[in-house]
Design a protein around this ligand. Structure first.
Ligand code: ASP
Length: 323
């Protein structure tokens, strides 16, 4: 075999074993409900940091337990998404709500979105700095306005008008994030949160919430509040929440592309996820979680890690960070 071919083959084999992770489950019997959560891709893969691992695991478990109970009791998927993401936003372990990363101006500038697959209604907020739970503001945009996305001051004024909890920006700032900001942390800080759910009525929903990227430009908005990039849900295909390098997900309409491949090319959820993550996006760009209308789930990431949890009506309850 010629040397360049051999080198290329070796590179393909190494990258595919190291960077590509896919976890999925197809069930022959349609599940009653499914909930999948992520706590961000790119989480520093330090297996020694026991405290951080415990915090991430506990945070995901608390969200998963609440969502599982709600779905079991017949809650609607859209309500479960809002509740589960609210818990994660209140947990400073994750890069959303309290504990979010800081922008160039050392402030938390938060983005979130939510989408109801039963009617394609969606709501999102970008660059909010005083709204305690951006996912609730996103839900209000969806329920109470004719718009999909409100940003900055307008979004904040709207949140105030809806009597949502308002806080000082310092509420979001943790010492750890300040330290990492000072160290000009080159480390890719993961921790964006997202959830996808199918309820007992077969309705799909998705949501995502984030502080974005550490030291991002003031005013930068990532993929998380962009419907079709970081979040998408459609009862006819799937529900998706993404995490990773937001600009790449926006440019490639990543979440919508999974839906489009399933809808127009009849790909299975797994094949559509692989196509987007491995062929459309680049290695190390991040990860995505998704479920389809039959309650099959698919979790995929090309970073070293993606914290995540799964709960289903047929008894699966799992939390993982690495492979
Ligand atoms: N996708 C998020 C953003 O670019 C960041 C992340 O998921 O870690 O804003």
């Amino acid at each position: 075999m010629r040397l360049p071919v051999l080198i290329a083959l070796t590179v393909i084999i190494i990258t595919s074993t190291i960077f590509y992770r896919l976890e999925s489950s197809t069930s022959s019997k349609k599940r009653d409900y499914v909930l999948v959560i992520h706590g961000g891709a790119g989480f520093v893969a330090n297996t020694e940091d026991k405290e951080k691992i415990e915090a991430v695991t506990n945070g995901i478990r608390a969200a998963l337990e609440l969502g599982n109970e709600m779905l079991k009791n017949g809650a609607k998927s859209i309500d479960v998404i809002e509740a589960v993401i609210t818990i994660l936003e209140n947990d400073s372990t994750f890069n959303s709500g309290r504990g979010a990363v800081l922008s160039m101006t050392k402030e938390a500038e938060l983005d979130a979105s939510i989408m109801d697959g039963s009617n394609l209604n969606a709501g999102a907020v970008g660059n909010v700095r005083i709204v305690k739970n951006p996912i609730k503001a996103a839900r209000s945009v969806m329920d109470k306005t004719n718009h999909v996305l409100l940003v900055g001051e307008g979004a904040e004024q709207f949140a105030i008008s809806q009597n949502l909890d308002i806080v000082e920006n310092s509420y979001f700032v943790t010492q750890q994030n300040l330290n990492e900001w000072e160290q000009r942390a080159k480390l890719e800080k993961g921790g964006t949160v997202g959830a996808v759910a199918m309820d007992k009525y077969g309705n799909l929903a998705a949501g995502t919430s984030t502080g974005g990227m550490m030291r991002k430009m003031h005013g930068r908005i990532g993929d998380s509040p962009i419907i079709g990039a970081g979040t998408y849900a459609n009862n006819n295909s799937c529900a998706i929440s993404a995490t990773g390098w937001g600009e790449k997900y926006i440019k490639n309409a990543a979440a919508f592309n999974v839906h489009a491949l399933m809808t127009y090319k009849n790909l299975s959820l797994n094949d559509a996820m692989k196509e987007v993550m491995y062929k459309i996006l680049d290695p190390k760009d991040g990860g995505m979680i998704a479920i389809d209308k039959n309650g099959n789930y698919s979790l995929i990431f090309t970073t070293q890690a993606m914290s995540r949890g799964i709960a289903t009506s047929d008894g699966i309850f799992e939390i993982k960070i690495w492979e």
